[in-house]
Write a protein that binds this ligand. Structure first.
Ligand SMILES: [Zn+2]
Ligand SMILES: [Zn+2]
Length: 237
């Protein structure tokens, strides 16, 4: 079944984009980028309409920032790298698009979410944040909706950051910030050394805690399915 192709139109190579401005234009031309900007604006407006920001909001933000890397790790490890299987009587293969991303990492078609996925996942993140954080921290301070919307804002912005950084890491743009360059190097190791390690995109906290952040990449065996384009490893450094 390995040869099954997903038809998504023409290949769009992001590695030839070398400037932030060009990358921003690509982000906004992609359905996912537009959907997340839209969702971000809606949720920030909703939050600001409810009330001003207090101390509990900072707590809610901190919780989401802390949880996000683990959610990212679990999804990348257990959903996007899941072997094709069955869910009851039906074939179940949630990793198909991500496998295509690993086969051709520079192609935006399999790198970013599709617009309806971005809207759906963003809404799930927002809903879960409102229920879980609004229903705990928010309820404790008597402002469940406001605090829940604060958490939802951070969660949706986190998904936008994930999409932006992932695009950036596969582009020809050199990130200005050192920690972003480190994240990029690790994501490239995920592609070009071994896809069982370096699962984080926006943070390596999940990798650090869940032991997928080797102290020396040379200790990790090169995976047979890892790609190794010219110069990729030296560029990753
Ligand atoms: Zn990637
Ligand atoms: Zn992967």
């Amino acid at each position: 079944m390995g040869g099954m192709e997903i038809d998504r139109g023409r290949r769009r190579d992001i590695s030839i984009v070398t400037r932030h401005r060009g990358l921003g234009a690509v982000f906004l031309s992609e359905g996912s980028g537009r959907a997340l900007v839209f969702l971000g604006v809606v949720i920030v407006a909703a939050r600001l309409a409810v009330s001003t920001v207090g101390l509990a909001d900072l707590g809610a933000m901190a919780v989401v920032v802390l949880l996000f890397p683990f959610v990212e790790w679990v999804i990348h490890t257990h959903v996007l790298h899941r072997e094709p299987g069955r869910l009851g009587p039906l074939p179940f293969d949630p990793a198909r698009s991500h496998r295509s991303h690993h086969e051709d990492p520079g192609d935006t078609r399999f790198m970013m979410l599709r617009w309806f996925q971005a809207l759906a996942y963003g809404s799930v993140i927002a809903g879960a944040s409102i229920v879980l954080i609004g229903g705990s921290i928010g309820l404790a301070v008597g402002r469940p909706l406001a605090v829940g919307l604060t958490a939802a804002t951070v969660g949706v912005l986190g998904l936008g950051l994930y999409e932006w950084l992932h695009l950036l890491f596969h582009s020809g743009v050199t990130p200005k910030l050192r920690w972003v360059r480190t994240l990029r190097a690790r994501h490239r190791l995920h592609h070009w050394r071994n896809e069982r390690y370096w699962m984080g995109v926006t943070s390596n906290l999940g990798d650090r805690v869940l032991r997928t952040l080797p102290s020396d990449p040379a200790d990790v065996p090169r995976s047979s399915t890892a790609r190794s384009p010219e110069g990729a490893v030296s560029r990753a450094a």
